[in-house]
Design a protein around this ligand. Sequence first.
Ligand code: ADP
Ligand code: ZN
Ligand code: ZN
Length: 753
Amino acid sequence: MSKPILQIALDVPLARLFDYLSAGQHVQVGQRVLVPFGRRNQIGIVMALADSSEFAIEKLKPITQVFSDEVPLDAEVLSLIKFSADYYHYPFGQALLAALPARLRQVAPAVARKQYCYQITGAGQQVDMESLPKRQRVLRMVLQALQNEGAQSEAALDALSGSARKAAKELVSLGYAVTEQVLAVKRVPAILETPQPALNAEQAAAVASITQEVQTFKAWLLHGITGSGKTEVYIRLMQHVLQQQEAHGAAQHSAQVLVLVPEINLTPQLEARFRARLPQYHLVSLHSSLSESERLHNWQLAQSGAAQIIIGTRLSIFTPIPHLKLILIDEEHDSSYKQQDSMRYHARDVALVRAKRLNIPVVMGSATPALESWYNAMGSQVQGVSATPSQTNKYGLLTLKQRAVSAAQLPKIDCIDTTKVNLQHGLTPQLVSALRLRLERKEQSLLFINRRGYSPVLLCTACHWIAPCTRCSSRLVVHLGQKKLRCHHCGHEQRIPHQCPSCGDADLHPTGHGTQRLEQTLASLLSTARIARVDRDSISRKHALVEILDRVHNQEIDILVGTQMLAKGHDFPNLTLVGVIDTDSALHSPDFRASERLFAQLMQVAGRAGRADKAGQVIIQTAFPDHALFNALRSQDYASYANDLLLEREQVQFPPYVFTALLRAEAHDFSLVQQFLQLAFTGARALSQHVVTYDPVRPQMERLKGMERGYILMHAHQRPALQKLLTQLVYQLRSEPIAAKVRWAVDVNPLEF
Ligand code: ADP
Ligand code: ZN
Ligand code: ZN
């Protein structure tokens, strides 16, 4: 009865499925199988069962193995990935396999391995040991351990007594303990049920609006400055959705909520807060600093419905979550939601599609929404901006204007004109004395530097030669510690030369203010300061950032120096000064999104100052103190700045007024790139009049990792016209011989050019 032919998705760069014979094995759609492909076996996912094949049956091979113990992928996730692969013009099989935890791409069964640890609840904390019957010796022992020593793993319980696990389960049923996944708990502080604050009027209004329409699809933009209580709104929404489902009775499955977060460094804090406030729900996280087995385990808990709260970075948008009822996207403007290679998807956009298909709400929170989101929320309300009705007010806009804790004042923002003062190693006297003052007051400071253009390069003072990377159009960065020059784009390393290869002069100097040099300068100016540096070099180890942040919390650090890694989400009550050293390169960048990004970054770093009861100060060093961006920043006025930017974008017809896509290409030989792009350009022009196709150009980074690069930009006023063109163009190009000689990819809604 069962159909003999299986259509299987494989991790190969071809836009098609492959037919195999089931050979009498019972196989379902969504199931993981092992099949012979070429000279080896590959993991595949069954997409369909069929009676016939376009190939002769006797040519088809039987599958090698079915992983029948594993739960098949559900239709919703398969179809979401299919949609994304089509939309981003990427081979489906590759998109699908890449969306799975690494363990599921390996040739081994991946059976769930459950391991829990037990934590005390508020009620359990208050239980008087004497009120429990003496004969329940093990129960008392376990409760005592939980009360006095904190969380107990299953292994720890086993060491206590052979029946300790049973006793712990009994404590859970009494409400005195909760179970948590052991792996996820290890790294976060112990659960303490913190009290639930009363919402302020704006928060209450936001929660009420969303809960009123919680049963249907709607996109909400929650716009609120840092500290305005967005996270509190998320917590209430989760409570609402999870409780509501419980009220429907045990027959129904418990609801699930997905929380998307930008980067791993934010997850632990948010995770700890959610755990503390929602201890009765099973929370798992999904991000790249988990080990492969942790990731698989958490993914399976989401897939089985056991995990009710799933908190994860962009890839987690493709996790099977059978009872998904709400999606939250924290810091929705963050560019880490966009994947920059393979399938170049944007997790926020995929989340919108997923929510729409499931008919559930999606809530996007930010202090500085992406202009696209702002436009969708504002539309015609932006003065002078014309938008068609279908594009306007697409999102519900909810605004939190005040900081939630009334004592927390907005920081004072000062721009210091760097052209009017003497800089000491890049620092203005005003900033140095502000730092000194914080040291005297035993308060903390943060020095924020822009990653780009902030690294020291090797300069020949005689002929102005600067050490270049041989593989990229970039300059090598001086690492004095290791006496090396290193390319931050491709990793190329070489020794620091003794003389200039161009003129032979020996007077070579590192110039520019790298974080390392800044750290040295600070140490010499403020000798008692305890300084910590956070950048990609110092944070290469997995948990190094968490360790530094702990030291900051414990007041073991006076000055924190770092890049945008520091801009987000960290709450330091004793931090009262933020210094911003170099922003000017971003003010005048050819990238049209640079000022949007800079504004978001500066709003965010400014939000780091003075979050508790202490007033904060922000000092920005710039040669352009009167720039509109700084004026908007001083008044913390995202809305008017965003509206100005929208007007500009409309005038020049940039996104969100048009839909864009890039066709990127690279090869060792630039003439191949040129030939390929010229062909694509001609093809695109011929295919559509509704899409504007621009001449091939080179990106800012012309050469990267030894590859010469180029792209063509396409834009259209209607998304379907662009999509249609891309589909046809990709199809045409795949059959061109030159297409096999270059590496090329479509980038829909590119963030970077
Ligand atoms: P955001 O996510 O917008 O940065 P948070 O939700 O983190 O803001 O809130 C900032 C601080 O204010 C947190 O310490 C939080 O516990 C507190 N807070 C939030 N809402 C309230 C409220 N309604 N009453 C009292 N404190 C609140
Ligand atoms: Zn020279
Ligand atoms: Zn390089």
